[in-house]
Design a protein. Structure first.
Length: 178
């Protein structure tokens, strides 16, 4: 039986009709998968950047709050009072205050210290809640990608900045559809 040759137009050289509907359908599916993959990769990249910004804001707010905390202790507020206002345990408050040994007493009244500490602590909590929402959305995207088999664990690790082992452990059982 001779080998079938194909013309430049993609038709069999024999002149017979060749059924190509499956090929067109497969190309459409490949295109849809590619679009879904691109959307998911973009969303995960965006969440990675948002998470980076949120973590940076948390570090900045924590440093500012810790400095306010240390100054309040230096100006005579008790560790128990500062602990109650900030929500930190007394051991942490003491350790933070001791880390700022170059502070000098200021003439700021007690109420101003308490108000500033409350405000900065509220900002810090809001930033932490924002970061937690970003992480929840990222986890939902990861689960969706694994269930729909859009990406494998290694690609998800690359897109999210997590390790493949972390993705495997945290999403065990949700990776494959039933």
């Amino acid at each position: 039986m001779p080998a079938q040759t194909v013309s430049l137009q993609g038709r069999p050289a024999t002149g017979r009709y060749a059924y190509r509907a499956k090929a067109a359908r497969r190309q459409a599916l490949d295109h849809a998968e590619h679009i879904e993959h691109a959307k998911l990769a973009h969303a995960l990249g965006t969440h990675r950047q948002l998470l980076s910004h949120a973590n940076s804001a948390i570090r900045t707010l924590t440093a500012a709050r810790n400095e306010l905390l240390a100054q309040a202790i230096k100006d005579g507020l008790t560790i128990a009072t500062v602990s109650a206002v900030t929500g930190e345990n007394m051991k942490s408050v003491r350790a933070i205050a001791l880390a700022y040994d170059d502070l000098h007493p200021s003439d700021v009244p007690r109420s101003a210290h308490l108000s500033a500490l409350r405000h900065k602590t509220d900002e810090l909590r809001a930033a932490e809640q924002h970061r937690d929402r970003i992480i929840e959305r990222r986890e939902a995207l990861i689960v969706m990608a694994l269930r729909n088999q859009v990406c494998d664990e290694l690609e998800l690790a690359s897109l999210t900045g997590l390790t493949p082992d972390h993705i495997r452990r945290s999403h065990r059982g949700s990776a494959r559809p039933a």
